[in-house]
Design a protein around this ligand. Structure first.
Ligand code: FEO
Length: 183
């Protein structure tokens, strides 16, 4: 008896996104290792924690494919690419990678809408919200390094930034959580 309830097109897209999330985890692991080697343990800690989040995203998609009766395809994970050349470059690369990931998520949402696969559409809404958070967090990184001096950030500013990011929570506050009393 056929129990698969995802189309071949969406199954391929979800499997590809599962690998994208694993790739994102490798990027955070690579950047965390690179920066830890430079002595910035606070920033490294933030990035290592985020690598775990990406692995969780991967697992959510894997589990969804299984639960809908479709086939999970585990493939090789692409290399994270070259190390950043500076902390500024590192944060810019992270922002770019998160925005690309959002585009990939939206593509799957569009496909599920076209197919009227409401289960997949509904599942993907979690990722739509998550990407809003991830982009917000990446924008906060860009703001912090900009205040620290960008490419010209001095040791004192980077020391303070390192301390700050070691304590920064994993999740960013979303616009929809804000109120007049609590802007
Ligand atoms: Fe799973 Fe940072 O997106």
């Amino acid at each position: 008896m056929e129990t698969n309830r995802i189309s071949p097109t969406l199954t391929a897209a979800l499997n590809a996104q599962m690998t994208n999330e694993a790739h994102n985890a490798q990027i955070y692991l690579a950047y965390a290792s690179w920066i830890s080697d430079k002595g910035y343990e606070g920033i490294a800690n933030f990035l290592f924690r985020h690598a775990n989040e990406e692995r969780n995203h991967m697992m959510k998609i894997l589990e969804y494919i299984l639960k809908r009766g479709a086939k999970v395809i585990i493939t090789e994970i692409p290399s994270p690419g070259p190390d950043p050349v500076s902390i500024n470059d590192c944060f810019e690369k992270i922002f770019k990678s998160e925005v690309e990931n959002t585009t990939n998520i939206y593509t799957i949402v569009n496909k599920s809408l076209e197919e009227q696969d409401w289960a997949t559409w509904n599942f993907m809404q979690w990722f739509v919200k998550e990407q809003t958070e991830e982009e917000t967090l990446a924008m906060e990184l860009l703001s912090k390094i900009k205040i620290a001096g960008g490419e010209n950030a001095g040791n004192d500013a980077l020391y303070a930034l390192d301390k700050d990011l070691g304590k920064t929570p994993d999740d960013a506050e979303l616009a929809q959580d804000v109120s007049v009393e609590n802007p």
